[in-house]
Design a protein around this ligand. Structure first.
Ligand SMILES: NC(=O)c1ccc[n+]([C@@H]2O[C@H](COP(=O)([O-])OP(=O)(O)OC[C@H]3O[C@@H](n4cnc5c(N)ncnc54)[C@H](OP(=O)(O)O)[C@@H]3O)[C@@H](O)[C@H]2O)c1
Length: 309
């Protein structure tokens, strides 16, 4: 397939791009920066970036041209959620970087002639869709939460769903993506390796996770298999509490994991954004299991061992 990738220069994209190349797909990258992927070392990726037309820009004519020759689109774009303090300006950026990019992408797809449009759109969302709870268990049919992330994800998904008038749309509500070089695990690893790790906050909050290699396999499967359609919880079938997660990580590294990270420290650093880490949600991949998706990493300890290598 010829696939247009948006927001794929980041933490997920850096494994997704090589996976899709290995599946034999040809890729066009859309990025705000031509340097975004240059640091990645995959040989096929370096060959791809040696092509002077890569990555294409967000300018409408270039985007339209790239879309016209694409059979599929993957959209992962969005300002990182838990990196900076949530000031009013940052909240707006979190929203705009998802809603406006997805809206522009879908509008550019819709403006193409009917027989020249991509046939499938894979769009990211997040399990933050459901809000947070220590007791509830969320499936794809559960309603959106009333908090900022719940409402943001609902609006983000609605923008992507506009494309279902003319193509197959797959929305993946991503859980906490596990890989050693970034995301939540990437931040916890250095502290745990020094023996100063422990649960963040109360330890009671749920962690619904997915290994990055399973997520990339899922995206490739959803692109290639027309049976995938609609919204899926992109999580492993074994969510756990933060306390269990911290203990498993400590065991995996052969280090103690008893020193809790106090919630007020994170609140100081991230403001309201600390909620993402201090409160979680128990989310089950009901539709992926119905569809028979085969996980490489269904259990946490094995997923951590393979992520940490
Ligand atoms: N990682 C997780 O655990 C997790 C969990 C739930 C949901 N998600 C969602 O899944 C998507 C992919 O995750 P990720 O961890 O790979 O994300 P990421 O590395 O933080 O960012 C993905 C891409 O978004 C684009 N981007 C960043 N800031 C932007 C802005 N202000 N405006 C427009 N585009 C912007 C960048 O692409 P360019 O620089 O190339 O333009 C970047 O490569 C994100 O939308 C994320 O919110 C991730």
């Amino acid at each position: 397939m010829r696939i247009l990738l948006v927001g794929c220069s980041g933490f997920v994209g850096r494994e997704l791009v090589p996976v899709l190349l290995e599946h034999g797909h040809s890729l066009t990258l859309i990025s705000r920066s031509s340097r975004a992927l240059a640091g990645l070392e995959h040989p096929q990726l370096q060959r791809l970036l040696a092509d002077p037309s890569q990555p294409a820009s967000w300018e409408r004519p270039q985007l339209q041209e790239a879309l016209a020759s694409a059979e599929a689109v993957v959209n992962l774009a969005g300002e990182p959620i838990a990196e900076k303090r949530w000031t009013p300006e940052h909240r707006q950026l979190l929203v705009d970087s998802r809603i406006n990019t997805t809206r522009a992408l879908v509008a550019a797809m819709a403006a193409l002639p009917q027989d020249g449009r991509p046939q499938v759109l894979i769009n990211a969302s997040a399990i933050g869709y459901y809000g947070t709870s220590t007791s509830a268990c969320f499936e794809e049919s559960s309603p959106a939460g009333a908090d900022l992330l719940g409402q943001l994800c609902r609006a983000w998904e609605a923008e992507a769903q506009q494309a279902s008038d003319f193509c197959r749309v797959v929305i993946l509500r991503l859980g906490i993506v596990l890989a050693a070089d970034g995301g939540a695990l990437g931040k916890m690893l250095p502290v745990f390796r020094l023996g100063f790790g422990g649960p963040i906050g109360s330890g009671q909050q749920w962690m619904s996770w997915i290994s990055r290699r399973d997520l990339c396999r899922l995206i490739a499967t959803a692109l290639e298999d027309p049976a995938y359609r609609g919204t899926y919880n992109a999580v492993a079938p074994t969510p756990c509490s933060m306390a269990v997660f911290a203990a498993s990580l400590g065991r995996c590294l052969g280090r103690p994991s008893l020193l809790p990270v106090p919630a007020p420290l994170l609140q100081l650093l991230l403001g309201d954004g600390a909620k993402v880490v201090l409160e979680g949600q128990q989310v089950l991949p009901v539709r992926l299991q119905q569809q028979g998706f085969g996980y490489c990493d269904a259990e946490l300890s094995a997923a951590l061992a393979s992520a940490i290598g």
